[in-house]
Design a protein around this ligand. Sequence first.
Ligand code: GDP
Length: 189
Amino acid sequence: MKSIEIFFVGRANAGKSTLIKELFGCKARAGRRPGITKMPIRYQLEGLAVTDFPGLGFRRDLKGFESLVGETIEYKVKDLDHQIVGVHVIDAVSFLNVLQRHSVPLDIDIFEYLLDLDIDPIVAVNKVDKLKRLEESMNAIVSRLGMLPPYKQWTDRVVPVSAKKGSVAALRRLIKQRVQGIVNASIGP
Ligand code: GDP
């Protein structure tokens, strides 16, 4: 059976390590300044690997073999003994702030980069505890990612979470579904 790896990508400060800690109980990265750590961090859990890719801060980080994160992601995608469940963590507040400035959030590039690699990521829209209008904000985010609103059409792919408040049940369900799908495909009918 192929090994399964769940990996978390997103901008610095999106909440990846908080989310990983909430979902899996792994110890969060400590003593670092945001955006400085570029090394992927791998947690080995029972039968599962979980990787935190901390380094996507700039568009140039998405240039595959020119960057450590891009190189590692692309290497893993090409490894045929490996199956990946990708989780793209978005800071909802920062995404909406960038939109408000009529600029393009880097998350759009990250999402498209993952799709180009044939990774259909789960999109975890984090920090929703800070949103005043959840529905409207989620719809704006999915529509900028190229999905037709309402966002609730995309529950197999997009999920609002608050890592800090421990609201991660829907994301946990989605990850389990994806992992189960890989296991089922390996075992056959
Ligand atoms: P990473 O760089 O993506 O690993 O982000 P961290 O997990 O280190 O989180 C960055 C900051 O965002 C920290 O100050 C966290 O406490 C905060 N944070 C993470 N998740 C949430 C959330 O759901 N809501 C709020 N309000 N803050 C969050």
